[in-house]
Design a protein around this ligand. Structure first.
Ligand code: CP
Length: 304
């Protein structure tokens, strides 16, 4: 039976811990001079991206190559998708080429779930619409463990566009399963209905969300998904919800600052905070390669 990683909603705490344990081992490979193991020798990984990406696509590709897999990329703009080929026909084509792992990003929530039913390959969700981005949340959790030693009991404040964010959904599933206390803060117009039923504290201001936080996570204001004027202007957003050095003082003195990227400088976080000593944004990127190595290794060799 094949295994997929479609979301953290489907995983239990032990499964999440197993991935994070293996990712910690893989991080040593990523940081080593060799960067080469042979766990996926002879396997083929295809990245199928219907939306733009820098971090996720490159890190899946590098993760596959560090594990000696064959790796290929398809984006919608440079493929027959741009000529009108359906998702099902694209899936059949990729299936016929002997793909073992298919990594997919799509602007439609649930697209990887559909793809999984159409192909023999293991499917990894690399971000689907406003649903989930499971490997992002896993790399966030790995980075938190590296700095704090544990997830249980951590106070995690997530600030920004909660409504459109697949990153926040995956983080809420993962962090609450591992025992963290999660608070979310942002404009009411960017809070989805039912968020308070996900086991988090919800604030319509940044101050209360930040108090005593161990982790401060900014979320990108998704300008490409804002068509309804959900806040007056970027300047207003930063004035009321942006995390600058003065607001960061509300968190614990040793709090770390995270962001999934790409960052809008001076919107979610000030430049001083992004480039400051407490920022671990670059380390998140390194953790991303390790997490993707662990996930693909476990999909092929078991562990899910
Ligand atoms: N965090 C993230 O998903 O970044 P990309 O869109 O660059 O992949």
């Amino acid at each position: 039976m094949k295994h997929d990683l479609l979301g953290l909603k489907e995983l239990n705490a032990d499964q999440i811990r197993n991935i994070l344990d293996e990712a910690a081992d893989m991080k040593r490979v990523v940081l080593s001079k060799e960067k080469k193991i042979h766990n996926l020798q002879g396997k083929t990984v295809v990245n199928l991206f219907y939306e733009n990406s820098t971090r996720t696509r490159l890190s899946f590709e590098l993760a596959a190559k560090y594990m000696s897999a064959n790796a290929a990329n398809i984006s919608s703009s440079g493929s027959s998708v741009a000529k009108g080929e359906t998702l099902a026909d694209t899936a059949e084509t990729i299936n016929a080429m002997g793909t073992d792992i298919l990594v997919m990003r799509h602007n439609m929530s649930g697209a990887p779930h559909i793809l999984s039913k159409l192909v023999d390959a293991s499917v990894v969700n690399a971000g689907d619409g406003m649903d989930e981005h499971p490997t992002q949340a896993l790399l966030d959790m790995l980075t938190m463990i590296e700095h704090k030693g544990h997830i249980e009991g951590l106070k995690v404040a997530i600030i920004g566009d909660i409504y459109h964010s697949r990153v926040v959904r995956s983080n809420i599933y993962g962090l609450t399963k591992l025992g963290a206390e999660v608070s979310v803060g942002g404009p009411r117009t960017l809070m989805p209905m039912g968020i308070d039923e996900m086991g988090v504290q919800v604030f319509d201001n940044v101050h209360e969300a930040l108090v005593d936080a161990d982790i401060v996570m900014g979320l990108r204001i998704q300008l490409e998904r804002q068509k309804k004027g959900l806040f007056p202007s970027i300047r207003e957003y930063f004035r009321f919800f942006g995390v600058d050095e003065s607001r960061l003082k509300l968190a614990k003195p040793d709090a770390i600052v995270m962001h999934p990227g790409p960052v809008n400088r001076g919107v979610e976080l000030s430049t001083a905070v992004i480039d400051g000593a407490r920022s671990v944004i670059t380390q998140q990127v390194t953790s991303g390669v390790a997490v993707r190595m662990a996930v693909m290794d476990m999909l092929v060799h078991g562990g899910f």
